[in-house]
Design a protein around this ligand. Sequence first.
Ligand SMILES: [Zn+2]
Length: 258
Amino acid sequence: MTKTRLEENFLLRNSRHLLLNEFDENSILRLTSARILIVGAGGLGCPAALYLATAGVKNIKWVDPDNVEISNLPRQVIFTEKDLNIPKVSAGKRMLSNIVPEVNIDAIHDQADETNLNKLIAGCEIVLDCTDRFKTRHLINKFCIQNKVPLVIGSAVGWSGQLLVVDPSSQNAACYACVFEKNPEFIDHSCGAFGIFSPVVGTIGVLQAGEAIKTLLKIKQTAGKLLLFDGLSMSFNQINVTKNIHCKVCSNSNGLKS
Ligand SMILES: [Zn+2]
């Protein structure tokens, strides 16, 4: 059967992914039909959204409460000075739509919290936590576990970055709360308080997109491994993290929804 020009363009555009053993045409079609929630449109969310959209993900729900500020520009590289003071998700939607006209971005200018996370997660097959707050990360983790939706968590501060995939379908894989105990005494600071090396946060954001794609396509499961990146010494370390059977979020023994 001869292929239409549309089909030829589709194959040509995705040809470098299709050369990989782990990809076939169904993989790309799977990405085009996937629905993804990205929480945060900062240094993690911008590269993550860019790499997901260009890889073929068409349906992205993107939530963030902030407007673009001049101090964002060195690492939130899809924004320009023309975007200053407008919502990040609106500026991000406009830029990504220029790069990938087929992408459908639901831009939500709001803070993700207890009141809206169930609704935000509804209908999504994977969530990316691209926030910079400890408390919000715990909340997203809890709601993803309750909704049985995989979560790719990224974080970065100073010269260091972390990445953790949480897969609620895996009986033995740790959730975020298994690894990082929630501490009400903890004072939450965004990177504005400590500084951040832009390429470090960009690296973690790109890796989040990669892990989201791999999780969607079931290419290789990395849940249960915490990646630690040190951008100063240029080292990557991966440590196994185990499920805490007493975890208040993911353990059935606590009688909570899992
Ligand atoms: Zn847990």
